[in-house]
Design a protein around this ligand. Structure first.
Ligand SMILES: Cc1cc2nc3c(=O)[nH]c(=O)nc-3n(C[C@H](O)[C@H](O)[C@H](O)COP(=O)(O)O)c2cc1C
Ligand SMILES: [Mn+2]
Length: 476
């Protein structure tokens, strides 16, 4: 049975050792440090914090939710033992052929167990973490869904954008240029209208994944998630905004972005592993209602030096997007793409190809570095031959060190698509660009046939031995 909400998701992962309960950690940095230390280890359990300093028992935080491939697979409705490349494949198919599954409206839902409006609103009610030591505030929205509605078309969008608590009834919202939530807010303001918004905190992690990934403009993330789940997402319509909210969400803040209402926000530890800039004015949400379940759970994520909770799922999903786009650009022979965790799924792309003609590998690398799904903040693309396992960093480095001649096989590209979050980006007239490289680590096509043979057992020899020596290779 597909899970419906965060609690069912936790019940499903706990028996597999995928959930660790922590009592007594403080919201002020301690909980964030524990998360940071855990998330560096791939496969580490989700962390459920309770009895969080100053707050009543039952008011909880769940972090590190997607730091393990088996939990990512499960969340995408795949078998838990699915390989990384099966996860990539799943997303490739979802992005290519997706039949939207409309939401199902329900009148009642656990999110309505507590409804606060007017003077009853208190955004400090929840144990919102200060995630990192240098953060400029407490961020309740990290692995959240921010729901907005296009005033022209009625399209509902959901994106994961950070949300800081300003005071009892104001939240800060930082949405980067070009993101759908930003485009919608700008449309509202251009008409002189306030922009209604809902911040959902604590939802089924599939909705977190889908909101945190680039789904094409005009598509409704609820309907995309419904297509993956093969079941409609159940929503209630918010009492003060009329926007759809998962009926079994833990917490939802309804509110409005009033025209030109800015307030200083940030900084916050970012996915690049750095703080980008200091405190800056960003739009603020005036909260019109707070809805929450009894004993609510904040679903949180702490971007930091990668890998982090965020980069684990973005790596396979972004790999899928770049792979599809390479194929869409007509590149034949692509065997795989890996958006490496160390670059948080963006800075480093590895592409493997079966070389078919001279210039093929260079073409694949240059396109990967510039196609829409790969271009933003990339720093390095490495192209390797098909014998290299692109998810094995040692193999990729070995290929680079033995097949990429620095005098011949390194392309440097200037003035590319970046952001101020990239510590190596540079402003030209206040607009940010970066420089990047493509390393062609394939055997050069002209030397392909005389390149020294690889000194490792052939797949055939290995298979034969493993079949014979099953006691030595029990898991093969
Ligand atoms: C944990 C996490 C935090 C994020 N924080 C922000 C943020 O603060 N601002 C932002 O513009 N994008 C942020 N993103 C990236 C967006 O969620 C992502 O680009 C998504 O595609 C946005 O949705 P949209 O395409 O509907 O705009 C974050 C992603 C994740 C997974
Ligand atoms: Mn979107």
């Amino acid at each position: 049975m597909p899970v419906k909400d965060l609690r069912e998701w936790m019940q499903k992962v706990e028996p597999r050792g995928g959930l660790k309960r922590v009592t007594g950690a403080h919201w002020d940095v301690e909980l964030g440090v524990i998360t940071d230390l855990y998330q560096r280890r791939p496969g580490s359990p989700a962390l459920l914090f309770d009895e969080i300093g100053d707050y009543p028992k039952g008011y909880r935080v769940l972090s590190n939710s997607l730091a393990a491939m088996d939990r990512i697979a499960m969340t995408l409705e795949l078998p838990v033992e699915a390989s990384t490349m099966e996860i990539v494949d799943r997303w490739r198919k979802s992005m290519k052929s997706f039949v939207p599954v409309p939401v199902k409206e329900v009148k009642e839902g656990p999110v309505l167990e507590n409804v606060h409006t007017g003077s009853d609103i208190n955004c400090w009610e929840f144990p919102t973490p200060k995630w990192h030591e240098l953060d400029g505030g407490r961020f309740i929205g990290t692995a959240c869904m921010v729901i907005t509605k296009d005033p022209d078309t009625g399209w509902i969008n959901s994106g994961t954008y950070r949300v800081m608590v300003h005071d009892e009834n104001h939240l800060g919202l930082m949405v980067s240029p070009g993101k759908h939530g930003r485009i919608i807010r700008e449309k509202c303001w251009a008409r002189g209208e306030d922009c209604p918004v809902v911040v959902v905190v604590g939802q089924d992690p599939l909705l977190y994944m889908v909101s945190g990934m680039e789904i094409p403009y005009g598509m409704n993330e609820y309907e995309f998630a419904g297509a993956i789940r093969q079941e409609p997402i159940e929503v209630i319509y918010g009492p003060t905004t009329g926007l759809p909210i998962p009926a079994s969400a833990e917490i939802a803040f309804e509110g409005v972005l009033k025209v030109n209402d800015y307030r200083d926000e940030g900084p916050f530890g970012e996915w690049t592993g750095y703080y980008a800039g200091g405190t800056r004015p960003e739009p603020q949400i005036t909260v019109t209602s707070v809805l929450h379940r009894h004993d609510p759970i904040i679903l949180g994520s702490s971007p930091a030096v990668p890998p982090s909770d965020t980069s684990y799922f973005r790596s396979p999903l972004r790999s899928a997007i770049v792979w599809n786009q390479l194929e869409g650009a007509g590149i034949a022979g692509v065997q795989g793409v890996w958006a490496h965790e160390a670059g948080a799924g963006r800075l480093l792309l590895i592409v493997s190809i079966k070389q078919l003609y001279p210039g093929h590998s260079r073409q694949a690398g240059l396109i990967a570095s510039q196609c829409h799904g790969g271009a933003y903040t990339n720093r390095c693309v490495i192209v390797v031959d098909e014998d290299v396992d692109i998810t094995d960093t040692n193999q990729v480095l070995w290929a680079m060190l033995t097949r990429c001649d620095p005098a011949e096989d390194l392309e440097i590209l200037r003035k590319n698509w970046s952001t101020r979050l990239d510590p190596l980006s540079y402003p030209v007239d206040k607009k940010f660009f970066n420089n990047r490289m493509v390393l062609d680590a394939c055997r050069s096509y002209d030397r392909k046939d005389e390149f020294p043979p690889v000194a490792t057992s052939s797949p055939e020899a290995a298979k034969k031995v493993m079949e014979k020596w099953t006691e030595l290779f029990p898991n093969k």
